[in-house]
Design a protein around this ligand. Structure first.
Ligand SMILES: Cc1cc2nc3c(=O)[nH]c(=O)nc-3n(C[C@H](O)[C@H](O)[C@H](O)COP(=O)(O)OP(=O)(O)OC[C@H]3O[C@@H](n4cnc5c(N)ncnc54)[C@H](O)[C@@H]3O)c2cc1C
Length: 290
């Protein structure tokens, strides 16, 4: 769709890498659709990864016990955050879609990208206790992870040695993106490009190009709405008891994280399946006595 703003937060050191190629494909495809694409090339920018007192431009309120979360929230409210953070926050505010392009490091993002998350998504700017999850600050924006792995897909299956990729993705997709309100699109995973045949790598990039043509129309991943939880201090932000009871007979948990002690709903963090469709599948599953 024309005229939309996209931010690509890109974390790879080498312009000859597969990540660089994936970034290039995204920029080309989205610009051809008329989108305005901005890239934050974190290594090229020498983006600082550590969250320190340097992130505020004057004296902290409490220098004796510097509390990064509080101090940066106040600094955000008062326009005292460092220029590099302000600039990234401006890009986030303008973007309708953010794509994070990176190689998986230690089941997560490279430190420079974690630093971007820690420093840019400051309290107040990106979340508050009143504005989180589907009531979050960025509920009208989309975000997605696009990343390469060293391991082949088989190693990240539920019976693979690394364990289920859905579990690996939960902290980033739920704990960071959805927590800030983003509608999270299914991740784009490029499995083990280093060990693929050249034609497989070409096919992966062609698949990415094809997906980008319909990206704006994609349904986001399913998370449990905040309204399902008792959002009072005394209620402990837990699932309402009547909902827990209603879900008692389901074959699967609600999401990868909200599994309620049941088997995880298949591919909850990899494919978009609505809670309604999931319930239908669940029903069919129970009916077949599986
Ligand atoms: C600290 C660290 C932690 C890690 N932790 C994990 C982990 O937890 N789990 C895991 O699975 N892996 C892990 N890895 C491995 C890492 O995820 C992979 O090395 C990385 O994802 C590979 O992507 P790349 O872009 O660097 O590939 P590259 O090696 O740069 O590229 C792969 C191949 O693609 C080729 N290529 C480049 N451009 C194109 C193009 N336009 N068309 C076709 N081919 C092209 C390149 O020439 C190369 O042959 C870790 C690595 C490090 C360093």
């Amino acid at each position: 769709m024309a005229g939309r703003n996209v931010l690509i937060v890109y974390a790879h050191q080498s312009p000859g890498s597969f990540n660089a190629a994936a970034r290039h494909v995204a920029v080309e495809a989205l610009q051809r659709q008329g989108s305005h694409v901005v890239v934050s090339d974190l290594y090229a920018m020498d983006f600082r990864a550590s969250a320190t007192v340097q992130d505020i431009t004057d004296e902290p309120r409490n220098p004796e016990h510097f509390c990064y979360g509080d101090e940066t929230m106040w600094a955000w409210q008062e326009g005292r955050l460092s220029d590099d953070i302000k600039e990234e926050q401006r890009k986030v505010k303008e973007a309708e879609l953010i794509i994070f392009q990176f190689p998986m490091y230690w089941f997560s993002v490279p430190a420079i990208l974690k630093g971007w998350i820690d420093r840019v998504l400051a309290q107040g700017f990106a979340f508050s206790m009143e504005k989180m999850y589907n009531n979050g600050v960025f509920k009208d924006k989309k975000a997605m992870l696009s990343f390469t792995t060293g391991a082949p897909e088989s190693m990240f299956l539920p019976d693979g040695i690394n364990g289920d990729m859905n579990v690996t993705l939960w902290p980033l997709q739920n704990g960071v993106l959805h927590f800030c309100g983003f509608q999270v699109l299914a991740p784009q995973i490029f499995w083990a490009p280093t060990f693929c045949l050249p034609q497989v790598r070409d096919a992966m990039l062609e698949g990415w190009w094809a997906r980008l043509q319909g990206l704006w129309e994609e349904a986001p991943l399913t998370f449990v709405p905040s309204e399902y939880f008792d959002l009072s201090f005394t209620g402990g932000y837990r699932l309402w008891p009547h909902l827990k009871e209603e879900r008692g007979g389901d074959a699967y948990g609600l999401t990868t994280g909200h599994h309620l002690g049941k088997p995880l709903p298949p591919d909850n963090q990899i494919k978009a399946v609505s809670l309604k469709d999931q319930a239908k599948e669940d029903h069919a599953h129970s009916k077949n006595g599986q």
